[in-house]
Design a protein around this ligand. Structure first.
Ligand code: C5P
Length: 205
């Protein structure tokens, strides 16, 4: 059973994907971390995001990078959004994501193009969204929990800009797959959102 969870930044898709994985006993991959790892590696190497991102994505990065706190900052997310527009970056990370999805028993993956490009034949697809205000507030709280400072007004502007870039790019833009179920979490608690997500997945499998 493969579950694809897509949606914009801080929509709740990560939390929902983790909860679905726990509920169904499946492994989970937050694919945004892969794009963030490319962005952070590039930044630390002083590389040019436009001309050197493809080469960085093609090389392996240390597993310890995936737990680095700087991976979670909005600045890294914004840089990830820039590098992820490159076809070479997307192609390099595609095989890794498809291998994860293809493991015996299935998997839950969350990202921007899981249901549209990575596993278009997934058994269940959710498109998770929420208003920019709600998402900025969540991201700010998440950052504060990781000990990072957060300016909510600036965060709304960054989220709106990141949405525009992710939805407007030519290569695998963020969009709801035709056969995905829409889940708006703006007015839902985490428990309510997870309950709805499970009901939607159960109805598909
Ligand atoms: O979800 P997260 O905020 O960690 O993703 C960071 C950026 O990586 C996104 O803004 C998006 O541009 C890119 N991304 C992507 N495809 C995915 C996951 C993330 O393009 N499957």
């Amino acid at each position: 059973m493969i579950v694809a969870v897509d949606g914009p930044a801080a929509s709740g898709k990560g939390t929902i994907a983790r909860a679905l994985a726990a509920h169904y006993g499946l492994p989970h991959l937050d694919t945004g971390l892969l794009y963030r790892a490319v962005a952070l590696t590039l930044k630390r190497a002083g590389g040019d995001p436009e001309s050197e991102a493809d080469a960085v994505a093609a090389t392996d990065f240390p597993a310890t990078l995936l737990t680095d706190p700087e991976l979670r900052t909005e600045a890294t997310g914004a840089l990830a959004s820039r590098v992820s527009a490159h076809g070479g970056v997307r192609a390099a990370l595609k095989a890794r994501q498809q291998a994860f999805a293809g493991q015996a028993g299935g998997a839950v993956l969350d990202g921007r193009d899981i249901g549209t490009v990575i596993v278009p034949d997934a058994d269940a697809k959710l498109y998770v969204t929420a208003s920019p205000q709600v998402r900025a507030d969540r991201r700010a709280r998440e950052m504060e929990q990781h000990g990072l400072a957060a300016d909510r007004e600036a965060m709304i502007a960054e989220i709106v800009a990141r949405d525009a870039r992710d939805m407007g790019r030519d290569n695998a833009p963020l969009m709801q797959a035709a056969d995905a179920d829409l889940l708006d979490t703006s007015d839902l608690t985490i428990a309510e959102a997870v309950q709805k997500a499970i009901a939607l997945v159960d109805a598909r499998v």
